[in-house]
Design a protein around this ligand. Structure first.
Ligand SMILES: C[S@@+](CC[C@H](N)C(=O)[O-])C[C@H]1O[C@@H](n2cnc3c(N)ncnc32)[C@H](O)[C@@H]1O
Length: 966
């Protein structure tokens, strides 16, 4: 087979991908991630760029077309420009950009097929009329198969988790199945005959989701509206709250009822009283609109009164004394320890008390004192059904594992919430029948086969709408739960799963699911419809199944892809980071009720299958070691399957998230990371590239230098059967020979200094994994851990060697900085060091690097902020790299990128050395734990491309426009 290196094995426009990925996080409307919650979704921008980079050849693979390095660079730049367009969120529906990308993929594919016609399996593997299929066996929220589909590939997605399977069905299977069909609901049908509107893509589906979602809300209103009454603003209320005067006579919709949990007082004198566990009495802390509750105590009773205006200091902490479950009794001030509170809950002596009501005003929230009537109304709700399944008791990620005696999923909901949610789920089932009827009336073929059995007639359409409506209700469970709390500024409802956990909540907000505020059913239907309207529909419907990626069994038979080799890009679980199965039971126990009859195979088990989930969670295994070996063995099996099934012309890409807390000081070692690499290599892969991807917003990144790239993408190829063995010292030599160039490439691509050590693992592991075995002097195999340590050590040496390129003052300052940072040191030491580096302390004082005001016996390097602001590089005869670097940082930190670019332009081409020095100084600062310095060096490299762009931008030289009143 002719082997061509793909673009992703050589270069990627990382900056553009990272910026687009970070921007995508702030997109709310219409983003596929808003269809249904899934944890740790990959950004679509990164997924799209990676699959594209995996499918097109690197220009260096075609010396016949691009014989010189310059020509290859030009061609690479052309591909980069296309990727830069491709990753923009605005272009996810831009057919002209997408067509360019698809054409590029096809052009490369046809060329690959043409040169592989003599391959023994050419008809199966190299059909120029059919692109290879795409498969992600850990599909999760579906970002990767969705982007493969958008790029024109036939997408296959599998996941062990039924909820993930449903998300993939909803995203990539259903929309193409019903593409370009008009809506079937009676209202649109009438309008359609009148207006002859053309319905493109999934617009028809979206319209039906809106219509039936709204209809469900109206039906629910009839059934349970009495539980969610409006509040009358009366004259009487204005006695305590004169601000309500203009509202007297109006009826306001309630957005939420704010409750605090209670336990019995520990004080014997009040032992009969239920006292609140309120983490705060504040309702709104927005300056100028402050609102709070004041507890009014009479003997052994208390009531809450809502007050507006500046709160007393005590309001901030409610009855909370310290972190965790440490409170005080409101009536007696007696402290309540964590143990006491836990014991009260376990004995079921807990309850709830209403602290305030939030109603919808004109453009603002209206906070009202609780009433007995409202309390009684809430208590009048009696659920006829509730999810009785157990929550896992062993993990602290779930409130059930925190020792409060909370055991069942239904305990996360109030009775009124249980009634509302059950009503909605019943309505999903009823609406299914109605949609089937309407679909038939609208011309859908009668077909008893539903989605599960490959149908596409009236039943399948009803199944599809029921699934989207079920997702609307699922979204509703995020706010209609005691996990939802009230945020104080801006004042609004929060949702469950702010983190990848379900913690204990002390006070919670009970939302009104019939209102049009967050959590309302009609609003969620609109949000789901918005996503649908933007989904690609021109490809063939994706193939989505539930399957265990680690099992040897029937995944491929189920998919009927026995003979097909796939392009693989995947994002497996990250060691013990997220317990998907445990968390997703939150949805599963509800959604199973309306969808079990539609997808019977997916809902065979009472809760989400857990045993084979590839997570190293100690609570499922007797020991940590057993958890680790379960993970490594399972991951190796999964990687084996990938290696066997992947198309030989393309590398496989595997995402791996990096967990900050697991890292050691060198930023590259962690059990999860090592175990994962071990599995990849054991499975027979050689690593041909690694790309650190960032998805945080840049602002945070600059402030948080310690934050590592959010994930690493490994590019892998099957290791040749003829891979040689070698010794440890041969491996070390290969690292020393090959890493310097690899690091230079990484630095030129402006990798963030904080990511350099991680990124260097790629080329390092590339060398490690190209050998079948590496043996140490005792004949024992070198482990991944040992290899990682050797790679880190070599990276450090290579960076130190780069110092040789700097001028003597800079080399002196580097050595001094390593030892003292910007703190003073002895003059004698400085002198001795200066002799070794061929410079003098006096010269460096004159060059303005050293503090002249220090007493004679001491020497100190000047911090960037202390350097002279009159500095002009054009007047300095012999610029040192140290000086340039620190002046650039001074200007950057005090005046921003435009001013820095002006200085940069004056320095000219010599400035490049400043970036190299910044990498070196970053690595020293990180090692010496000088976070503030590290931040400055990282910041300079981070801003480098923009400074460069501005410095070469003609407008910089034009005189600055005078201010309007200058
Ligand atoms: C990191 S997530 C994938 C996220 C996805 N790329 C996205 O953007 O949303 C890993 C997935 O692996 C799935 N998983 C865990 N163990 C599995 C197994 N044995 N077989 C198949 N899937 C598994 C989890 O359910 C989870 O959805």
């Amino acid at each position: 087979m002719k082997f061509r290196k793909k673009l992703i094995e050589v270069a990627l426009p990382l900056d553009a991908i990272n910026v687009a990925s970070a921007k995508e996080k702030s997109i709310r409307h219409g983003h596929p991630s808003t269809l249904h919650l899934w944890w740790a979704r990959r950004p679509l921008a990164a997924a799209r760029a990676v699959i594209f980079g995996q499918m097109v050849d690197d220009p260096s693979s075609h010396p016949e077309l691009f014989p010189t390095e310059e020509e290859q660079d030009d061609e690479r730049r052309r591909l980069f420009r296309l990727i830069e367009q491709l990753v923009e969120w605005e272009n996810t529906t831009n057919e002209s950009v997408l067509t360019k990308a698809r054409d590029e993929i096809w052009r490369n594919w046809k060329a690959t097929c043409a040169e592989n016609q003599d391959h023994p399996h050419s008809t199966q593997l190299f059909d120029p009329e059919k692109l290879p299929i795409f498969h992600d066996p850990f599909a999760g929220g579906g970002a990767l198969p969705l982007e493969a589909q958008r790029l024109g590939l036939d997408a296959y997605a599998s996941d062990l988790n039924p909820v993930a399977v449903l998300i993939n069905k909803a995203t990539i299977q259903i929309p193409p199945l019903f593409a370009n069909r008009p809506p079937i609901n009676p209202r649109s049908r009438e309008q359609h005959t009148m207006a002859h509107k053309t319905w493109r893509g999934a617009q028809g589906l979206a319209e039906d989701v809106r219509y039936y979602g709204n209809r469900m809300r109206s039906e629910a209103e009839k059934r349970i509206g009495r539980l969610y009454p409006k509040v009358d603003i009366t004259e009487e209320m204005t006695q305590e709250r004169p601000d309500l005067k203009p509202l007297v006579g109006s009826k306001l919709t309630v957005i939420a009822w704010l409750w605090a949990r209670t336990v019995k007082s520990p004080n014997p004198a009040f032992a009969h009283a239920d006292v609140p566990l309120a983490s705060s009495f504040m309702l709104c802390t927005k300056p100028g609109s402050e609102a709070y509750v004041e507890p009014v105590i009479t003997g052994d009773r208390y009531r809450f009164v809502v007050r507006m205006g500046k709160p007393p200091d005590v309001a901030m902490n409610g009855t909370k004394l310290a972190r965790g479950a440490n409170f005080r009794c409101l009536l007696s001030n007696t402290p309540m320890s964590q143990d006491y509170v836990r014991a009260e809950f376990r004995a079921k002596r807990n309850g709830d008390c209403l602290m305030a009501i939030v109603a919808e005003g004109e453009g603002s929230r209206i906070y009202l004192s609780p009433t007995e009537e409202m309390v009684q109304l809430a208590k009048s709700a009696h659920p006829t059904w509730k999810p009785e399944e157990d929550m896992n008791q062993d993990t602290p990620n779930l409130v059930s594992g925190r020792g409060y005696g909370i055991k069942f999923w239904h305990e996360l909901f109030t009775d009124r919430q249980l009634v509302a949610l059950t009503t909605f789920w019943d309505l999903v089932v009823e609406t299914h029948d109605l949609v089937k009827h309407d679909a038939f009336a609208a011309g859908f073929a009668p077909d008893t086969r539903g989605l599960q059995n490959g149908g596409s007639g009236d039943t399948a359409y009803a199944d599809a709408i029921a699934l989207y409506l079920a997702f609307c209700v699922d979204k509703g469970t995020l706010t209609n739960t005691t996990q939802a709390t009230w945020q104080r500024d801006p004042d609004r409802l929060t949702q469950a799963f702010a983190r990848q956990a379900l913690p204990m909540t002390w006070d919670y907000a009970e939302a009104n699911p019939l209102s049009d505020a967050g959590g309302g059913l009609a609003i969620t239907a609109i949000a789901v419809a918005k996503v649908l309207e933007r989904l690609p529909t021109q490809a063939t419907p994706a193939h989505v199944i539930q399957a265990d990626a680690t099992s040897e069994t029937d995944m491929f038979r189920q998919f009927d892809m026995n003979t097909s080799a796939a392009i693989v890009s995947t994002d497996p679980p990250y060691y013990d980071n997220i317990g998907y199965a445990d968390l997703s039971d939150y949805f599963y126990v509800w959604i199973r009720r309306p969808l079990k009859s539609i997808f019977p195979q997916l809902f065979e088990t009472v809760t989400v299958p857990k045993q084979t989930e590839l997570v190293a969670s100690p609570h499922r295994h007797a020991t940590k070691q057993q958890a680790e070996s379960f993970f490594v063995n399972g991951m190796t099996r999964a990687m084996h399957r990938l290696a066997e099934r992947s198309h030989p012309a393309f590398p496989v890409t595997v995402y791996y998230a990096f967990k900050q807390s697991e890292t050691e000081s060198n930023g590259t070692a962690s059990t999860g990371w090592e175990t994962f690499l071990e599995a990849v290599i054991r499975a027979g892969f050689a690593i041909t590239g690694t790309w650190p991807m960032r998805t945080e917003l840049i602002g945070n990144l600059k402030k948080n230098v310690g934050a590592l790239a959010s994930s690493i993408i490994l590019v892998c190829r099957a290791r040749g059967i003829d891979a040689p063995a070698c010794t440890r010292s041969e491996f070390a030599n290969a690292l020393r020979t090959e890493l310097p160039l690899a690091l230079k490439h990484l630095q030129r691509s402006n990798i963030a200094p904080v990511d350099l050590a991680q990124a260097a693992i790629g080329p390092g592991m590339g060398i490690f994994s190209r050998f079948s075995r590496i043996l140490d002097s005792e004949g024992k195999p070198v482990s991944v851990r040992q290899a990682l340590l050797l790679i880190n050590q070599t990276v450090d040496e290579v960076l130190a060697e780069q110092e040789g390129d700097f001028d003597s003052d800079t080399r002196w300052a580097l050595s001094w900085f390593e030892q003292f940072g910007f703190e003073p040191g002895d003059y004698g030491t400085a002198e001795t060091l200066s002799k070794a580096k061929n410079t003098s302390v006096q010269w460096m004082k004159e060059a303005g690097i050293l503090d002249k005001k220090m007493p004679g016996s001491k020497v100190r390097l000047l911090r960037p902020g202390e350097l002279s602001s009159d500095w002009d590089p054009s007047n300095v005869p012999q610029l040192t790299v140290w000086e340039m670097t620190h002046h650039l940082i001074r200007v950057l930190e005090s005046a921003g990128e435009i001013e820095t670019a002006r200085v940069f332009a004056k320095i000219g081409s010599k400035a490049e050395a400043a970036r190299e020095l910044a990498y070196r100084l970053y690595s020293i600062s990180e090692r010496k734990k000088r976070a503030e310095n590290a931040l400055s060096y990282n910041g300079l490299v981070h801003s480098w491309p923009e400074i460069l762009r501005l410095a070469h931008d003609g407008t910089l030289h034009e005189p600055q426009q005078a201010g309007m009143f200058a």
